[in-house]
Write a protein that binds this ligand. Structure first.
Ligand SMILES: Cc1cc2nc3c(=O)[nH]c(=O)nc-3n(C[C@H](O)[C@H](O)[C@H](O)COP(=O)(O)O)c2cc1C
Length: 194
């Protein structure tokens, strides 16, 4: 069973993202979206900088998002083919809920950017957990739009970066397992000469 919500210790080892293209209504309500992001405010954050923020893209804005993604893609790749543009259009329209997470680094501090990036990743992860805690599925993707400055400008400032597009909704198919690393390849004892 995936995303077993019977307890926190059951949920965490059974956590599984959904595929945004397989997400259908219902998605989180406006109040649930607020609660999801409020939960993620408890993310570890060295220096209390909050180097992250979220922009909601509502369902009546998806068409505009698709238009803007296609425009930015064509600017970068004038020879773009129909299939590439259709994929962008599909991305913009998929899933009931879309949250764009921005990494907003603070440079006027001694806290290294690397630590701020780590915090932003944890922030995204907490959003996913908070989505799942409400019995929806979440999915965190990046892809071409996350690395294009024109797309970034749709949501944030030049100093910011898109950390991810987090989609949420109800999965229209059974979640399936994916390969995970062997524990022994990840966890080791410290070996140091005496
Ligand atoms: C920063 C980041 C970017 C990602 N971008 C994509 C992506 O563009 N497309 C994709 O299919 N999965 C992407 N993933 C992976 C999915 O979020 C997800 O982790 C994966 O499908 C496995 O599911 P799981 O979360 O249940 O392990 C990304 C993950 C991270 C951390």
């Amino acid at each position: 069973m995936f995303n077993d919500l019977s307890s926190l210790s059951s949920y965490l080892p059974s956590r599984r993202s959904g595929r945004p293209r397989n997400m259908i209504a219902p998605g989180p309500s406006d109040k649930q979206i607020e609660d999801i992001v409020a939960t993620a405010l408890r993310t570890p954050d060295h220096g209390k900088l909050a180097p992250w923020r979220v922009v909601r893209v509502d369902s009546d804005q998806r068409g505009r998002l698709a238009t803007e993604l296609v425009k930015a893609y064509r600017t970068e790749k004038p020879d773009a083919g129909r299939l590439e543009l259709e994929a962008l259009d599909a991305m913009a329209h998929q899933a009931p809920t879309l949250l764009v997470v921005l990494f907003s680094p603070v440079t006027s501090t001694k806290i290294p950017i690397w630590e701020q990036e780590l915090s932003c990743g944890a922030f995204c992860m907490n959003i996913i957990h908070a989505i799942h805690a409400r019995d929806f599925v979440g999915g965190w993707i990046t892809g071409w739009p996350s690395y294009n400055d024109d797309v970034r400008d749709l949501f944030g400032e030049a100093s910011e970066r898109i950390a991810g597009f987090i989609f949420a909704g109800t999965t229209d198919c059974e979640l399936a397992e994916r390969p995970r690393p062997e524990l022994a390849s990840i966890l080791s004892k410290w070996k140091i000469e005496q």
